[in-house]
Ligand binder design. Structure first.
Ligand SMILES: Nc1ncnc2c1ncn2[C@@H]1O[C@H](COP(=O)(O)OP(=O)(O)OP(=O)(O)O)[C@@H](O)[C@H]1O
Length: 587
């Protein structure tokens, strides 16, 4: 049975009836006009060959013109109304998906491949629009027009009506079987193959430098090309199945015409119908089969829509993992900046026995961590790789949840809105993300009211004044993911961003990871100095030994536990995170 989440995605893809009904109505009118056009033309040509007075054919002449025009006009209106409804729905599906993903980012999406996410948000959501456009609408139109035509033909000649009904049923059944058996595998695979291709191409272009350096570019390119070829094969096999189905439907349409002649000619001889009626009986099947031929293709489109809905349901997690924080329905207000302690002795941030886990990981990454940070204090956290330093940064910025107590300005952090916490505690990530835009835009999103003078001042504080002049000012571009700036400059831009956001606590996670020792020392000094000037407390996560004059508190993280370092000893037997590393007075 299809899972409830897939059903919910499918339901969500369907435009509401008030938007959708008009496109179905126009579709039916357009298809009915096509059938009526052929019927009227067949009747007119045959009747005209009998050279009657013009008065007898004038209605049919008007009919042919009217149906020719109405078919095109209704087709246009159907397209317009159908796409309008589908696009409205697409916009809300995409917005809904992004809204579901936002609370998960960044740590709740650790298992999600970026290519998958890209394919899901772009291609799979696009595919969903076909549910109304290529599945429901053609099915309803084909059904209604086929029934109306069979009724009309039956009125003219019951035997011909029966033949038409039977051949239409055969076309529906065999067309669906043929199409299903030749293309259902390809249809279901296309969405996954497209995601795989996206993933490979994304990997290739984002890691060109490293792949080239290790001579792996040719191999990875081949994999991307192979993924493209597999996708092309699947698309080709779907197209072949569609062509085969169309061929089968055409054969049955021809069969219906021959059948109409077989029963129509004796009826003509017996004067039960006249010659123009026989022409109508013979030609109408061709038009109705054109409409009805969409049925097997609509069922194929349905399989593809379902495959995309399943992928969306798989890619966007149905529930938020336990370790990802969720805001309370009515979070406590943190009136800023008044809420922050004005006295240097009151801590801004207090952790008591904090334990935390990464999403979907059983083992805690932090175990009973306690610390206190005062206004303007400079704290360094060192420790071996993988010991949990970044995890602590993510707890403090509320990217992952915690057990124990984490108070910010005296208020328990889990009672606050996460956004409020992040206006007080800012993070300079280990690998700062720079947008492929100019320097101005890369800073402005931290504070969109900042003037150019503000931006230049903050860049000066982080030691980038000269660089800014050399680059020609704030309009200089930084390249994709900061390709046009060095690792150290990227760190400084990230720092400038954090300073602009005017946080009270700045966490710099390995700001010197990408630079040499010489530059590292300057960056750390600049970070600490710039933050101090702003009265901002700093938690510096660093591998590099930080000069003693830049540090008030020095802590060490080991296997998820925090303790003081030898340089800042505590009494024997109490050197772990159960002890609050308090006591270093704020400057
Ligand atoms: N999103 C994640 N999901 C699951 N495990 C993770 C995740 N991120 C990191 N880990 C694991 O958690 C442990 C602690 O990682 P963390 O990044 O906090 O270490 P770190 O001390 O910052 O290391 P480094 O100095 O190398 O940056 C490591 O074993 C790491 O492999």
């Amino acid at each position: 049975m299809r899972d409830a989440r897939v059903r919910a995605v499918l339901r969500g893809s369907q435009p509401p009836l008030r938007r959708f009904w008009s496109s179905v109505a126009f579709g039916v009118l357009s298809a009915a006009s096509a059938v009526a056009l052929l019927a009227a033309s067949a009747w007119l040509i045959t009747r005209a060959s009998e050279q009657p007075s013009l008065i007898y054919v004038s209605v049919a002449v008007v009919g042919v013109r009217a149906f020719a025009l109405s078919r095109a006009v209704f087709r246009y209106l159907e397209r317009l109304a159908g796409h309008d409804a589908a696009f409205h729905q697409l916009a809300s599906i995409r917005a809904g998906m992004v809204a579901e993903l936002v609370p998960l980012a960044p740590d709740g999406l650790g298992d999600t491949r970026r290519g998958d996410l890209l394919s899901t948000l772009a291609d799979d959501v696009d595919e969903l629009q076909n549910r109304s456009l290529r599945v429901i609408q053609p099915l309803v139109t084909a059904g209604i027009v086929a029934v109306l035509t069979v009724v009309g033909v039956t009125i003219l000649l019951p035997a011909a009506g029966l033949i038409l009904a039977v051949t239409l049923a055969l076309a529906g059944i065999f067309g669906t079987i043929v199409n299903g058996s030749f293309s259902s595998k390809a249809e279901r695979a296309i969405a996954t193959l497209r995601a795989e291709l996206n993933d490979r191409v994304l990997d290739l272009v984002s890691n060109l430098a490293v792949l080239t350096a290790f001579g792996a570019l040719a191999g990875e390119t081949r994999k991307a090309v192979d993924a493209g070829a597999t996708l092309t094969r699947a698309i080709r096999s779907r197209a072949s199945a569609a062509a085969l189905t169309a061929g089968l439907v055409s054969v049955l349409a021809g069969g219906a015409t021959i059948g109409a002649f077989l029963v129509g000619v004796p009826a003509l001889d017996a004067h039960r119908i006249d010659a123009p009626a026989l022409a109508v009986l013979a030609l109408v099947p061709l038009a109705v089969f054109e409409v009805f031929g969409m049925l097997p293709l609509a069922l194929g489109a349905r399989r593809q829509v379902i495959a995309s809905a399943e992928r969306i349901a798989r890619t966007v997690p149905a529930t938020i993992p336990a370790a990802v924080p969720v805001d309370l329905p009515q979070p406590v207000d943190l009136p800023l900046p008044a809420a922050l302690p004005s006295s240097a002795h009151d801590p801004v941030l207090v952790l008591d026995g904090v334990t935390a886990r990464w999403p979907n990981v059983e083992q805690p990454v932090l175990r009973g961590v306690s610390l206190r940070l005062h206004r303007g204090e400079r704290m360094v956290i060192e420790g071996p790789t993988g010991s949990g330093k970044t995890a602590l940064a993510h707890v403090l910025t509320r990217f992952i949840d915690y057990e124990g107590s984490y108070r910010l300005a005296g208020v328990e952090a889990r009672d606050l809105a996460q956004d409020d916490v992040r206006t007080v505690v800012g993070l300079c990530e280990q690998q700062p993300y720079l947008f492929d835009s100019d320097i101005r835009q890369n800073l402005l999103f931290a504070r969109d009211t900042a003037t150019d003078a503000d931006l230049e001042a903050v860049l000066e504080r982080v030691g980038l004044a000269e660089w800014l002049r050399d680059r020609g000012g704030l309009d200089a571009r930084v390249g994709e993911r900061g390709a046009l700036v060095s690792g150290g400059q990227a760190q400084r831009i990230a720092l400038a961003r954090a300073l602009l956001a005017d946080v009270s606590v700045l966490i710099a996670d390995e700001p010197t990871a990408n630079v040499d020792l010489d530059v590292a020392d300057r960056i750390v000094r600049d970070i600490v100095t710039a933050a101090s000037q702003a009265g901002t407390a700093v938690i510096l996560i660093s591998h590099v030994a930080v000069a003693p004059d830049l540090v008030d508190v020095r802590l060490r993280m080991e296997e998820g536990r925090l303790r003081r370092t030898v340089a800042d000893p505590v009494p024997d037997g109490t050197a772990d995170s159960d002890v609050s590393p308090e006591g270093v007075p704020a400057r």
